[in-house]
Design a protein around this ligand. Sequence first.
Ligand code: ADP
Ligand code: MG
Ligand code: MG
Length: 250
Amino acid sequence: SDVLEIKGLCARVEEKEILKGVDLTIHTGEVHAIMGPNGTGKSTLSSCIMGSPRYQITSGEILLNGENILPLAVDERARKGLFLAYQYPAEVSGVTNSDFIRAAMKAQTGKNPTLFKFIKDYDKACMELKMPEDLAHRYLNEGFSGGEKKRNEILQMKMLKPKFAILDEIDSGLDVDALRIVGENVYSMVNESFGCLLITHYERLLDYIKPDFVHVMINGKIVKTGGPELIAKIDAEGYDWVKKELGIED
Ligand code: ADP
Ligand code: MG
Ligand code: MG
């Protein structure tokens, strides 16, 4: 199995300290969920794992199978098997959806998938996600509804088959049917060579994807880790009890 380790990660954006010592270890075969109030650094953590140059890592480590990946650029981390589904997927005009995914697959493996196999896999993934049939030929995310953009991130993930996927609020903007489709598609990928970090506000997604570990992030740190029982408690009571229990001031 593979292992992604985050150790004492501190990061800032524009002089503001956002991550204040994040520790997290994920093995393939595991599903981890991170929950936490808005503005607590969840998307920042995702971006730092993927290598966004916007964030400055001030201390700590990110190791993939023991190798320090901090010096690697986003595309190099993708080649190593990391994938991030963005909270706000970008629209790209002039690049069709299928061309984009094909280019990403080539970038990841160094060779072009054959057109025949690509189309076969792409159509299958589209069908499983119940995406519209003309999707392949439309420009990347342009004119897509919020829910279609989110499903499109999962489509990319299914095609790229990463070792570790980080899904940042993949459930926001999804109606109940889309939520079930996305949830089932993600959960069906979990196996001994795929692990997942889910960032979510809500219990709903976790009806379909059963996390092995649930982490609570507050003020740039993981302050509590437990099992699925934490989800229901947070859904019912919010985060105040965690803050109180740990003596965290607002
Ligand atoms: P979450 O995903 O938990 O809601 P974020 O990681 O998006 O939190 O944001 C954490 C904090 O960092 C927030 O206070 C946010 O305003 C700030 N922040 C995030 N990205 C940027 C940025 N690019 N420029 C300035 N501030 C940012
Ligand atoms: Mg947010
Ligand atoms: Mg966020």
